[in-house]
Design a protein around this ligand. Structure first.
Ligand code: SF4
Ligand code: SF4
Ligand code: FES
Length: 905
């Protein structure tokens, strides 16, 4: 088994101490700073620059307390709580008049230049600065001079900038540069004119820039997509949800007003996303209310249908079917997929993903079930002290994992800090002591990645060569694993170096996934895991497999048939009807194949929330609720089943996908049926309390107690306040009435506590500052617990045959562009690349191709050449999943570029 991760981000728990706060003794953990300790005790102390994920720098001076030397010291001295380690018997005062006066004075100074524009500030009502102002008791402004003012910048489609609100706490640059590795957000000037922004206007480049909205304690950085349809936090109806834009499973809180989804914010999960989301997850929600949204059923023959006609049409078509092929979806819930499976039968239930991805997921599951593998959470990934990435660019395929790996390379710095006796939370001191020292990170991938800047070594190669390198690493770790013949001397040396680093690490981690669609790469990971397990008996190997969609792993666990099997079933005449759930097949296979499948099927029925190419060819389209309007369970790449809940009622005539398919009266019945039917899902009913759960007889309100306008907001339709909609599928209510406290973590829609209106209120819901959620982080792990006993050694793949004048195609993923639903958000689409074919510059020269020259990727699909330095030789990279590129790259093994005028192949 891997090392169990216990304690918070600041290191393992240490022996308990006692300190005296305002005359009362409290237990605290040794090694903490006073601010952490005070907040972990549930007490209030204002702060700005400290952040649980980033530690202390003592910049803002807001957390001052009085520390007394000994029992005889009646005066004490001011110390910064965030910079002061706790010590046995320490005496401090939070509430003494000197402590309070100091903090009120600091707050007043910080506010000298602040514009006091709360009524027009989008942070208002959830502002940490507002909260701290009230907490310190600063109520009267004495400064009568001119305030300094700044010019704001256009920071791109995600973030607004209003620099006049800055209090110079430095959190933003510390987060952006030190935590995320970004370099285009800087601090400029000095003294009273200090400026936080870019050197010129332009989109913030880092993929995690959206967290500035939550990191900045004031309204300098706000959500630009939210601005367009802004509502105060207290007027938003929210629900606990899970991001649907990749397989990581970050927890989110979507906010609704007037029937439209207004924004996504982070929902803290101690094992997964912690405090941070990626920008795809935060800003990719536009599809819920976007122009392609389906609100009404439609028939290809007769156009729009009302609900009862649509139900009758569906019933008639299914009764008329000679056989039904069901095609499920990795972006639909377990329950919706299971409902389809029940409707068509297990034999006729298909996964609805490309065949290459299907094969990869089967291989992946085979490894997870049979090898001593532990699928790590992101918190565990952050603790890895040596990492090998094989074939993946995590920033593009599993973004939040990339941010975790950026923290993992800091473990060497933390080890140096330990040697020098520097606490981990002393952020500046740790960075100063460690300088550029990093834990080893090795990346073998076809193209440059966004983590290359922190890698000890990178290797650019085709997926096959990457796999061979992985097998060689396994042999280097355990000589019983078969050797790899014919490696280049460079690759042999690299394999030996990686093997050495992984073997000598305490917590090695292997990262791979379905990104380059290579089963060989996955088998190589299995081989390394087995080799490490042999070298370290009794310990499972930590692995993270990135999977593309929010329920890719859940669907794989259902053992659905492949898309090729679906095509065969229709082609052979065994079935004549396609029932497609939340899936655009044109993203899964090449156009000719999908055209043939849809043409051969006598009846095509699509259930989805968004209009797409497949739905346009369906005989009947039924509108489904989006993730923000329905409940269900998703399985993340960690193997964790998590429940998400509706933030709002389904729009128009849309309804839960499963409600079109089956007879289940409520979600609990369906979830129970799934748990009873497939043993791997036996535990999923425990993901969250069911619909019957009550606190003192009450449901949990989705609306805060300050929710306003409920009586007036629909007065243009009816002057009587309408009855709030009932929710029979969960213990949440579409209401502001209900149980205000003690929500189980899986059912907590938002964080709020007296005096804490900002997201910093999450501290009141944690077992300690930066720790786990009180009551446990939500979700049930279904697989990947390291219990597998072993597989025979695999035979390494041969070198691939050379193909004259041709290249091998690999998909290149883009955080903005490769995900289907987020591309319906205009802000995300603005950041997506245009379609291209990427070539190594030497390959381009050899083939006589110049940058920008058009080449034929597939019949009648012409794309410009992009010369990409660092791309492995002999391969061509094609962006995966772009809506303007109707050709999934899985279609080809090799590709010979044609230019205009060439004979078409
Ligand atoms: S912009 Fe926000 S986070 Fe950055 S220094 Fe100013 S107040 Fe702090
Ligand atoms: S990493 Fe994945 S799950 Fe997390 S916010 Fe980004 S897209 Fe969503
Ligand atoms: S929070 Fe302690 S000095 Fe800023």
């Amino acid at each position: 088994m891997p090392d169990k991760i216990v304690g918070n981000d600041f290191g393992p728990p240490k022996a308990g101490l006692h300190i005296e706060i305002d005359g009362k003794s409290h237990p605290v953990k040794a090694g903490e700073n006073l601010l952490q300790a005070i907040l972990s005790l549930g007490l209030d102390l204002p702060y700005f620059c400290w952040h649980p994920a980033m530690g202390s720098v003592g910049a803002c001076r807001q957390c001052g307390v009085i520390q007394f030397k000994d029992a005889n010291d009646a005066q004490g001295r001011v110390v910064m709580a965030c910079m002061t380690p706790v010590a046995e018997g320490m005496r401090i005062s939070l509430q003494g008049p000197d402590a309070k006066a100091f903090r009120a004075g600091i707050l007043e100074l910080l506010m000298t230049n602040h514009p006091h524009d709360c009524p027009v500030c989008e942070e208002g009502g959830e502002c940490h600065l507002q909260d701290m102002t009230v907490m310190t008791g600063h109520t009267v402004r004495q400064y009568r001079g001119l305030k300094r003012t700044h010019r704001n910048q256009d920071l791109g489609p995600f973030i607004n900038h209003e620099m006049n609100r800055c209090i110079a706490c430095y959190r933003c640059v510390r987060y952006y540069q030190d935590y995320c590795g970004g370099d285009d957000l800087q601090v400029f000037a000095s003294h009273n004119h200090v400026y936080f922004g870019r050197h010129e206007d332009g989109a913030l480049e880092n993929e995690f820039s959206g967290n500035l909205v939550e990191v900045c304690p004031t309204g300098v950085f706000t959500d630009k997509t939210f601005s367009r349809h802004y509502s105060r936090k207290w007027d938003l109806q929210t629900a606990p949800s899970v991001c649907v834009h990749c397989g990581i499973g970050c927890n989110t809180s979507p906010g609704e007003r007037y029937g439209s989804l207004r924004r996504i914010v982070n929902r803290y999960h101690g094992e997964i996303n912690g405090y941070f989301l990626c920008d795809r997850g935060r800003f990719g929600y536009g599809f819920v209310n976007g122009p392609a949204r389906l609100y009404q059923a439609r028939s290809a023959e007769t156009g729009p249908l009302d609900v009862s006609t649509a139900e009758n049409r569906l019933r008639a078509m299914l009764e008329d079917a000679k056989g039904i092929v069901g095609i499920g979806s990795p972006r639909a819930s377990l329950e919706a997929n299971f409902a389809l499976r029940e409707r068509v039968g297990a034999e006729r239930f298909h996964a609805g993903i490309g065949d290459a991805e299907h094969g990869c997921l089967r291989t992946l599951l085979d490894l997870v079930r049979n090898l001593p593998l532990h699928l790590v959470s992101l918190r565990e990934a952050e603790r890895a002290d040596a990492v090998l990435i094989l074939g993946e660019d995590p920033t593009q395929t599993a973004p939040r994992l990339a941010l975790a790996l950026r923290q993992a390379v800091r473990n060497r710095a933390l080890a140096i800090a330990d040697e020098l006796g520097i606490p981990h939370w002393q952020d500046a001191a740790v960075r100063e002591a460690a300088q550029a020292e990093k834990s080893p990170l090795f990346i073998a991938s076809p193209a440059p990645t966004r983590l290359d800047d922190i890698a000890a070594r990178t290797c650019r190669a085709s997926p096959r060569t990457i796999a061979r390198l992985g097998f060689a690493v396994a042999h280097g770790i355990c000589p019983e694993a078969p050797a790899v013949m014919g490696l280049t001397p460079e690759h042999e040396a690299l394999a030996a170096e990686i093997a050495q680093a992984l073997t000598s690490a305490e917590r090695p981690l292997i990262v791979a996934g379905t990104g380059c669609l290579s089963e060989d790469v996955l088998r190589a990971v299995g081989q390394i895991a087995a080799a490490l397990a042999a070298a370290r008996p009794g310990r499972a190997t930590a692995v993270h497999f990135a999977v593309p969609e929010c329920n890719s792993l859940g669907l794989a666990l259902m053992e659905a048939q492949s898309l090729a099997h679906a095509a065969h079933t229709i082609e052979s005449g065994e079935a004549d009807t396609l029932l497609i759930l939340e899936n655009d097949l044109y993203r899964r296979a090449d156009r000719t194949t999908v055209d043939a499948l849809l043409t051969r099927a006598r009846q095509v029925i699509v259930i989805d929330h968004t209009l797409h190419a497949t739905a346009e060819r369906a005989h009947l389209v039924l509108p489904a609720a989006s993730f923000a309007e329905t409940e269900g369970t998703l399985v993340s790449s960690e193997g964790r089943a998590q429940r998400f809940f509706a933030a709002m009622q389904p729009a128009g005539d849309s309804r839960d996908g499963w409600r079109w398919l089956g007879p289940w009266p409520c979600l609990d019945d369906l979830t129970r049926a799934l748990a009873d039917s497939l043993p791997v899902f036996q535990q999923i009913t425990a993901c969250a309390p069911g619909a019957a759960f009550r606190i003192a007889g009450q449901k949990i309100p989705r609306q805060p107690h300050r929710y306003s306008g409920r009586t007036a907001m629909l007065a243009d339709i009816r002057i009587h306040e309408p009855k709030q909609p009932e929710d029979t599928d969960s213990a949440l209510a579409f209401s502001m009435e209900g149980a205000a406290n003690d929500h189980p973590p899986a059912l907590n829609p938002f964080v709020w506590a007296p005096g804490w209106n900002s997201n910093q209120a999450v501290g009141k819901f944690q077992d300690e500052a930066g720790g786990h959620l009180s009551g446990g982080d939500p979700g049930i792990r279904l697989i990947g617990d390291g219990a597998g006993t072993g597989l025979p050694w695999s035979v390494p793949p041969e070198t691939e045959a050379s193909i004259a004048d041709a290249l091998r195609l690999v998909p290149l993923h883009h955080i903005f562009g490769s995900d289907e639903t987020s591309m319906h958000s205009s802000a995300v689409a603005e950041r997506a690349p245009h379609p291209y074919v990427a070539l190594n510059p030497e390959d381009a020269a050899r083939l006589g191709l110049a940058e920008g020259e058009e080449v034929e990727l597939a019949p009648d699909v012409w794309l410009p050449v992009k010369c990409l330095p660092g791309l492995a030789a002999g391969i061509a990279g094609v962006p995966a999943g772009l809506p303007d590129l109707p050709v999934p790259v899985t279609a080809w093994q090799s590709w010979k570029p044609n230019k205009p005028g060439d004979e078409t192949s």
